[in-house]
Design a protein around this ligand. Structure first.
Ligand code: ATP
Ligand code: MG
Length: 255
């Protein structure tokens, strides 16, 4: 079927970031020899030591590992929210090294959709307004924004909840609104940090079905952190962080 997001014109207001449809046939995500050390009171806290991760366009990858192993840190590096201590991160052909904060913001707006464990919806905005938020950073007209928001809410099955505030939604519905917000700009990559970690079994399954559909039907490239082998089983492959480096895990994610 056709991709309703594909009709979205580039939401990037800045030509500083290469369009996704450029001539390069790069992997969507290429993390090479990445290390990340935090410092607290001048004490180094090495978190990632030697991370190599390549994600091809259209892949759905689960990322597992013990608490504190650096999974969120790695997502933040791919999202251009944080910078590596060394090594390179290339997403959709954009080398994030050396980008200014403004260029990184434009990069995120164009290429990254982020889904959080606790949804991070704005409580004083309706579902519609929450989903519209990332589009306010683009040059789309009000009418075009309305169209894209309506499409995104339809894809997550919440057209009838568009005027509800987050407190008037169940946790699973809140997460589906957050997923609509993440995909409304037609990003190149979806990054999800324990998207089912706060949900009951039924809502978890709904969110996993939705992520699988976004991957299979709409060809979205997804990197999802999870502690749950059942969630990981939704992905095409699972990688695990062990001692600062990545190792492949069996399909069931139980490694
Ligand atoms: N800004 C920071 N300053 C100092 N240390 C940090 C910072 N952010 C994270 N850390 C440390 O880096 C390590 C990895 O943190 P991270 O949040 O990436 O782990 P995680 O794998 O996502 O864990 P969890 O499964 O609990 O979410 C932790 O030891 C954490 O304390
Ligand atoms: Mg984390």
């Amino acid at each position: 079927m056709s991709d309703p997001f594909a009709a979205a014109p580039s939401p990037s207001p800045s030509p500083a970031v290469a369009p996704a449809s450029g001539p390069t046939r790069e992997a969507t995500v290429r993390v090479a020899a990445v290390a990340k050390t935090y410092y607290r009171d001048q004490q180094p806290i090495p978190v990632l030591e030697n991370i190599d991760l390549t994600i091809q366009s259209g892949e759905f990858v689960a990322l597992m590992g013990p608490s504190g192993s650096g999974k969120t840190t790695l997502l933040n590096l791919v999202a251009g929210i944080d910078r590596p201590s060394s090594g390179s991160v290339v997403v959709a052909g954009n080398d994030l090294h050396g980008m200014s904060e403004r260029q990184l913001a434009a990069f995120r707006s164009r290429h990254v959709g982020f889904i959080f464990q606790f949804y991070n919806l704005i409580p004083v905005l309706t579902a519609f307004e929450n989903v519209e938020l990332p589009l306010l950073l683009t040059s789309l007209s009000k009418a075009e924004r309305r169209k894209h928001v309506a499409t995104a809410l339809e894809v997550v099955g919440l057209s009838d909840r568009r005027d509800h505030y987050p407190r008037q939604l169940s946790g699973g519905q809140e997460q589906r609104v957050a997923i609509a917000r993440a995909v409304v700009t037609d990003p190149t990559v979806l990054l999800a940090d324990e998207p089912t970690g706060d949900l009951d079994k039924r809502s978890e399954e709904e969110v996993l079905v939705l992520l699988r559909r976004l991957n299979q039907e709409f060809a979205k490239t997804i990197l999802m952190v999870t502690h749950d082998p059942k969630a990981a089983a939704s992905a095409g492959r699972t990688v695990r962080i062990e001692k600062g480096a990545l190792v492949a895990a069996p399909k069931d994610g139980q490694a």
